[in-house]
Design a protein around this ligand. Structure first.
Ligand SMILES: [Zn+2]
Length: 293
């Protein structure tokens, strides 16, 4: 689409990020076979280059669409039309102790703290998924209904974007952890017993990461996610899990997420403008090639 020709990164944002589309320029309707999607364009001149970031609100519309009703097919088809790598922002609950990959905290006291202590996990809110487990129940999770296509999921999250993201996080001195994301159907939070079971297999739990990542792979698009850890999962703290605490933590970390998005987009812009051919290190666009029967 001509309108999106300078877009170097498509951001799909959830709770707390609707504000992006409200604050900035107009939103544009992208028609897809699955319904319309509204996307806005954020202009940025960071790093001396002019490029655009497309922003798609995951919970489209004035009324926040609940996670189990999100039209993921339309969202990813719209992203396919924009045709840029996808950077998703998700909120998650923490289920078990996760080691930090990078720790830029200078405070020795913080360094010794664990993630599962409810009063300390907020110090290290960023999590980069490298794999997922799908516990959703009623979602359409494929574009392929009329032919058999087994999409490769060896690296569900694009290794190329993730490597660039790690560079950006290091540059901005943002501490983070990585691991497995488990997606539930929602909209209710999980029970204590569910969390005990899920924590055997995954590190964080959310309701929006799947099938978004799957559909992106089917569409041959590069897709990675940055999760904000907003709360300890059920049973890990004395308190109830509430939607309010999710909102508070997301808002607290929003500025950092915007900085990360701008810096990452600048890297992609640089690559796009660079005359020397910069090869992607991932196989995302080939994910379905050997999967068709
Ligand atoms: Zn990729």
């Amino acid at each position: 689409m001509k309108l999106f020709k300078n877009v170097v990164l498509t951001v799909i944002g959830g709770v707390g990020y609707d504000v992006l589309s409200e604050k900035r320029a107009e939103s544009y309707e992208i028609k897809t076979p699955y319904g319309s999607v509204f996307a806005s364009i954020l202009y940025t001149g960071a790093g001396g280059s002019n490029f655009d970031i497309a922003f798609i609100s995951r919970h489209q519309g004035k009324h926040h669409v609940p996670p189990h009703k999100i039209n993921f097919l339309a969202l990813i088809d719209a992203a396919r039309q924009i045709n840029a790598p996808i950077f998703a922002v998700n909120s998650v609950g923490l289920m078990r102790k996760v080691p930090l990959v990078e720790n830029f905290e200078t405070d020795e006291f913080l360094k010794t703290k664990t993630f599962t202590s409810p009063d300390s996990f907020l110090s290290f809110p960023f999590f980069v998924p490298n794999d997922f487990i799908d516990m959703t129940q009623n979602r359409i999770s494929t574009f392929y209904d009329n032919e058999t296509v087994h999409t490769d999921m060896t690296d569900p999250y694009c290794t190329d974007i993730r490597n660039l993201l790690f560079g950006v996080l290091k540059e901005l001195s943002v501490s983070y952890s990585q691991g497995t994301y488990l997606c539930t159907e929602g909209p209710r939070f999980e029970t204590k017993a569910e969390i005990r079971m899920f924590a055997q297999f995954a590190d964080v739990v959310g309701m929006t990461g799947v099938p978004e990542v799957v559909l992106a792979k089917e569409a041959g698009l590069c897709y990675a996610s940055l999760c904000t850890i907003t709360n300890p999962a059920a049973g890990l703290s004395q308190n109830m899990v509430t939607a309010d605490e999710v909102k508070v933590v997301v808002e607290k970390n929003q500025k950092t997420v915007f900085e990360i998005i701008s810096a990452l987009a600048a890297v992609f812009a640089e690559r796009k403008n660079s005359k020397s051919e910069c090869k992607k290190s991932c196989q995302c666009q080939n994910a379905t090639i050997h999967g068709k029967l």
